[in-house]
Design a protein around this ligand. Structure first.
Ligand code: FMN
Length: 380
């Protein structure tokens, strides 16, 4: 029996494989033996598994295993000493921890890995293995020390947490998707309501033409042409359909009169701006606040000669200036009880003539650019 593999009684009655050099002792080695007993006692008392393999022999056989390792794995000491520790492993020989462990063993480095292992009775457990090389006085690798800690409960808790997180993420996504759909439905319902309100207001003087819808669409296009962000331009399109909502309260005698209005009738007609603004006032919805501004100001003129307040230039909200152009163009190019539809070219000429007078020149320029592009696209 070689010195490295004799057994000795280190603590109590339990035989363990003797550490290297712990064979026969002389008197002057006694203090060393006392220290060794103490260290062995520490290993025996540890709650983590502690194992030592001999690196100088082929296949790294175990020369020491503490009681905690035997309790953890279910093996008896005699069943493990002299064997490579891979008896703890199952079919998964390519698990990531093992790949790391093999590389560390080849390089003589320390490492800490998580391994799926199996007890003697076949029950699996998770083993957090810390490996440390031990060297002799000449720096030669002689042993490897392994410390095994069971972390099955932790791994299970982490897996449960992972599953719970994944489930939570799934639910949040489902809720967000549902909310997004609900928001979209709500916005669609809101816009449809605005549109139907606009239809109700125009039903008496334009029951088929859908003037309001066309003014809305043209206003949105003009806003885009003037550089408004997409969402704001779309909002203006939605708001603009309500520009004449105040006409809902006009008496038939004024609204439907085929001939010229006298001064009193004109005043009643003009009041549709303030009446519309009053209907829409006080909302905290951006689209309705915009609609209120449009209803109030779409008959103001750039030169200050418009109504109801005679605002001029930049004092007129931009939304009102845009809708004014869209409104007049649509009114000119469609028939009314008191006038025929103008040809588009004549209406465009009229807008051009009114740039800087009735209309904001920048809005007219945007209209002309848009019109020219549409004309070219239509011609090609
Ligand atoms: C001291 C020591 C303790 C070890 N402890 C374990 C262990 O608890 N569980 C395990 O799966 N492998 C353990 N190993 C690793 C295996 O014994 C083996 O060396 C490793 O799987 C590489 O061999 P292989 O290429 O045949 O897989 C230990 C190795 C040493 C040197």
């Amino acid at each position: 029996m070689s010195r490295a593999h004799t057994t000795m009684k280190v603590f109590g009655d339990r035989p363990v494989a003797a550490p290297v050099g712990a064979g026969d002792t002389t008197d002057d080695q006694r203090p060393t033996m006392a220290a060794l007993r103490l260290y062995a006692r520490a290993c025996e008392a540890a709650t983590a598994g502690i194992t030592v393999s001999d690196c100088r022999r082929p296949d790294l056989p175990l020369v020491y295993a503490n009681p905690a390792f035997l309790r953890l794995t279910g093996y008896a000491l005699g069943e493990v000493v002299g064997r490579n520790c891979r008896f703890l492993q199952g079919p998964d020989t390519a698990q990531p921890g093992l790949v790391t462990l093999r590389a560390a063993l080849r390089a003589g480095r320390d490492c800490a890995v998580l391994l799926k292992n199996y007890r003697r009775d076949g029950a699996p457990f998770w083993n957090e293995l810390t490996m440390a090389p031990a060297r002799d006085d000449d720096g030669r690798l002689t042993h490897y020390i392994g410390i095994q800690t069971e972390v099955t409960a932790r791994v299970a808790a982490e897996a449960a947490l992972h599953r719970a997180n994944a489930e939570l993420e799934r639910r949040v996504l489902a809720r967000t998707t549902a909310l997004t759909a609900a928001n979209a439905a709500l916005a669609a319902a809101q816009y449809e309501t605005l549109d139907r309100l606009a239809r109700a207001a125009e039903a008496r003087d334009d029951d088929t033409g859908r003037h309001t819808a066309r003014v809305g669409a043209t206003s949105a296009l003009l806003a885009r042409e003037l550089g408004w962000p997409g969402a704001e331009a779309e909002r203006l399109g939605r708001a603009a359909v309500l520009h004449d909502v105040g006409k809902i309260g006009l008496p038939d005698g004024v609204l439907l009169k085929p001939g010229r209005l006298d001064a009193a009738e004109l005043a009643v007609m003009r009041a549709h701006t303030t009446a519309g603004a009053a209907i829409l006032a006080g909302s905290d919805q951006a689209v309705l606040r915009l609609a209120e501004a449009v209803a109030l100001t779409h008959h103001e003129r750039w030169d200050g000669a418009g109504y109801p307040r005679g605002l001029a230039g930049d004092a007129i909200p931009r939304a009102g200036r845009i809708v004014a152009v869209a409104d007049v163009f649509d009114a000119l190019t469609h028939a009314r009880p008191y006038k025929a539809a103008w040809p588009v070219a004549a209406a465009v000429a009229e807008l051009t003539r009114q740039a800087g007078r009735q209309f904001d020149p920048a809005v007219v320029a945007a209209f002309l650019a848009l019109h020219a592009r549409r004309h070219r696209a239509g011609a090609s």
